[in-house]
Design a protein around this ligand. Structure first.
Ligand code: COA
Length: 167
């Protein structure tokens, strides 16, 4: 019998309220969630690998149901090392479907014992993505409705350090 742990992978550059909404929902079904921060993403990130992990740890500090870990290489291999046979992904809008369908199919070919489960976030988070959050911040918009205050402060700090370096 597999234990009720689900793995939630992503780049999380940065984690948003949409991601957090999904994590909360998954805990209605699963006992624990491992938030798996991918290092080898094709994306050029604002936050380093360790910064992305540390920020998520800060948000969920003290919550025994949520673990945060980084991984390199294949997601299914990482999941197996954690004895975890379920992957959580979010479907926000119809356009997410094709890519998610493909990714879950590839992961199934790579490891037939690992299932992908999809949840939809609250509709108020359906439009959020990490890129949009960064764009709003760069253009001096408020992040209050998109991210946790810890992330808001971190994004502001990061952007001002980049501006200071380039001036
Ligand atoms: N709320 C807010 N934003 C959400 C969201 C939600 N509920 N769900 C998704 N998003 C956003 C993410 O923030 C991200 O935004 P961005 O593109 O602006 O950064 C986007 O939607 C999803 O990006 P995507 O590229 O689909 O996923 P990801 O970057 O979060 O993670 C991995 C992709 C890491 C899971 C995937 O690349 C992976 O598994 N890599 C490991 C290598 C591997 O095993 N490859 C084989 C599998 S194909």
């Amino acid at each position: 019998m597999h234990n009720k742990i689900i793995i939630y992978p992503g780049t999380f550059d940065p984690i948003t309220l949409g991601h957090m909404d999904l994590i909360e929902r998954s805990l209605k079904i699963f006992d624990k969630v491992i938030i798996a921060v991918a290092q080898n993403s094709n994306k050029k990130t604002l936050f380093s690998f360790t910064e992305r992990i540390d920020l998520i740890k800060q948000i969920f500090t003290g919550n025994k149901k949520i673990m945060v870990d980084g991984f390199t290489g294949l997601l299914v291999d990482f999941a197996k090392t954690k004895n975890c046979y379920a992957i959580l992904r979010g479907l926000r809008v119809v356009s997410d479907f094709e890519y998610e369908f493909q990714m879950s199919g590839i992961n199934r070919i790579l490891n037939k014992d690992i299932e992908t489960l999809f949840l939809t976030p609250s509709e108020k988070y359906a439009y959020i993505s990490s890129s949009m959050v960064k764009e709003v911040a760069i253009l001096n918009g408020s992040l209050t409705k998109f991210v946790d205050p810890i992330i808001q402060i971190a994004v502001e700090k990061k952007l001002s350090s980049i501006t200071a370096k380039s001036s």
